[in-house]
Design a protein around this ligand. Structure first.
Ligand SMILES: Nc1ncnc2c1ncn2[C@@H]1O[C@H](COP(=O)(O)OP(=O)(O)OP(=O)(O)O)[C@@H](O)[C@H]1O
Ligand SMILES: [Mg+2]
Length: 254
């Protein structure tokens, strides 16, 4: 049974080995509903591995994961999607050759007709796609039939976020969504994160640019060498320097 009191996501004592590399060491992390969490750490700290475990993309060696108080085994990315976890990478989640609308509904296409004459409902998908593009702030009139490959990095990011919103994922994971984006596009992505929170979604936001993280998150979690070394840094009371010191190990947070 889903438990309303339980955290949305709870990871307990997660260990991950890639061969002999100990990428996650006894990681405990819990995320509440509607919380925006920044995940920080130097290159190789284990951030992407942690979110890949949570999105079912890589198997973990041991540990437990519960979603809304219910133990889950996330063996595939579909298991995670079905548990309400949507992960957005800069490019890889979308298929450049397919249209915006097809990408939005990839793997979950709307159907019409009978059991015997089963068609994709292209018209309805295009209609919903146009509406969603407006909702995530793409006010330029981009037809939903446009291939993803001809959109800018920020616009692609918007499409991926629109998908997470439409399918009403409980938690949206963004791994370095602002990398290689221009100033306006970056502001767009940060605004989507705020909007996601306003509509009750949780987010895990990974970015090397601490300024971006500070602008949107409620709480910051820092990893170093596979361990979580701080899990409740508040952007309202910490300075950027404090957080940098925790990341580099100059300062050990309690
Ligand atoms: N597929 C893999 N096979 C072997 N080792 C891996 C694999 N993926 C990651 N690692 C190793 O696991 C450790 C954690 O890597 P991870 O990608 O999670 O770090 P990260 O915090 O996301 O770093 P970055 O900020 O550079 O993206 C590193 O030592 C990395 O080399
Ligand atoms: Mg990474």
């Amino acid at each position: 049974m889903a438990n309303a009191e339980a955290p949305l996501v709870e990871m307990r004592n997660i260990e991950k080995f890639y061969g002999r590399i100990h990428a996650l060491r006894g990681v405990n992390l819990s995320i509440k509903k509607g919380e925006i969490v920044g995940l920080l750490g130097d290159n190789g700290a284990g951030k992407s591995t942690l979110i890949k475990v949570l999105s079912g993309a890589v198997p973990y060696t041991s540990g437990e994961i519960s979603i809304k108080g219910r133990p889950v085994k996330l063996k595939t990315t579909n298991d995670a999607i079905n548990a309400g976890i949507e992960t957005i990478y800069q490019d890889s989640a979308l298929v450049p050759q397919l249209s915006i609308a097809r990408n939005l509904f990839l793997g979950r296409e709307l159907r019409k007709g009978s059991k015997f004459l089963d068609w994709m409902d292209q018209e309805e998908m295009n209609r919903v796609a146009s509406e969603l593009l407006l909702r995530v702030g793409i006010t330029k009139n981009i037809p939903p039939t446009t291939p993803i490959g001809s959109l800018s990095g920020g616009e692609r990011q918007a499409v991926a976020i629109a998908r997470a919103m439409y399918f009403d994922s409980d938690i949206i994971i963004l791994d370095e969504p602002t990398n290689n984006l221009g100033v306006a596009e970056t502001q767009g992505v940060l605004q989507f994160v705020r909007d996601a929170r306003d509509s009750g979604h949780s987010c895990i936001f990974i970015a090397h640019n601490i300024h971006h993280v500070f602008q949107v998150v409620d709480r910051m979690v820092v990893m170093r060498r596979g361990e979580i070394v701080a899990d409740d840094l508040n952007p309202k009371t910490c300075s950027i320097q404090d957080v940098e010191d925790v990341i580099t190990g100059e300062y050990v947070a309690v």
